[in-house]
Design a protein. Structure first.
Length: 252
């Protein structure tokens, strides 16, 4: 089948299918005229990829699982998949605990704020979140500036947790792929550097800000150099798969 038919059957955008090809998740044949041709197995393969992505698995792990899924028995897929899910479940439960503690802190601060009388004087330490018993738990406290010599950059040790799942990841990847089309790429420590026209700066900055909201472990750096925007994106080792999925393969 042609790529348009695969899009229709799978619901996966053509840009995502082409990206999956570049990272080795799909291997279409080519017609004499150069068109991509897919077998019926591609639909099942994409369903497996989508299911694995919905569990938060990065592309490098999905590629490993695909090899087992394609050539192994169901029990082998189960044996490979279970520990990966268990790790992500532990991470999710930890984040849930932290979020519950943070939510309780906000409720207490709001209750304290509502109980305070309206005054014309300045705020003092007894006001709302300034009270000592309403401090934000340390795991969720906003990080302060890193002093000179205080250690490695925060992104290197930041927990890899992203609120994007399933098709949201594919949609975000499609946005980045379109915005970064034609960019020159090179590998850097922990990520990729791209050079693209400066007129895309506004759109890049907006999408980078959105990326920080859903995936705060990404480190974005923008540098305007005359007519060229130089964009650097870095991530911890555990986030390398999502970095590749969103920002495309890196030329070496």
């Amino acid at each position: 089948m042609r790529i348009s038919r695969l899009v229709e059957l799978s619901g996966v955008p053509a840009t995502t299918l082409r990206f999956y090809e570049t990272v080795g998740l799909l291997s279409p044949q080519r017609s004499d005229a150069g068109y991509r041709l897919y077998g019926e197995e591609a639909v099942q393969r994409l369903a497996f990829i989508g299911a694995a992505k919905s569990l938060g698995l990065p592309l490098d792990e999905i590629a490993e699982l695909l090899g087992v899924w394609q050539s192994g028995a169901c029990r082998e897929v189960k044996a490979e998949l279970r520990p990966r899910i268990a790790v992500r479940l532990g991470d999710a439960e930890r984040r849930t605990t932290e979020l519950a503690a943070f939510t309780a802190t906000l409720h207490r601060a709001l209750e304290h704020l509502d109980a305070l009388p309206d005054r014309d004087s300045r705020c003092d330490p007894g006001c709302a979140f300034l009270a000592s018993d309403h401090t934000v738990p340390a795991p969720l406290a906003a990080p302060g500036p890193i002093a000179a010599g205080a250690g490695a950059e925060r992104w290197r040790t930041a927990p890899v947790a992203c609120s994007l799942t399933g098709e949201d990841v594919a949609d975000r990847a499609e946005q980045w792929h379109g915005l970064l089309a034609g960019a020159d790429r090179e590998t850097i420590d922990g990520g990729v550097r791209l050079a693209l026209p400066a007129e895309r700066t506004g759109a890049v900055a907006a999408l980078a800000a959105a990326g920080q909201q859903c995936c705060p472990f990404f480190d974005f750096r923008l540098h305007l150099d005359g007519p060229v925007l130089r964009l650097e994106i870095r991530a911890p080792a555990d986030g390398a798969g999502l970095l590749a999925e969103l920002f495309g393969p890196v030329a070496v």
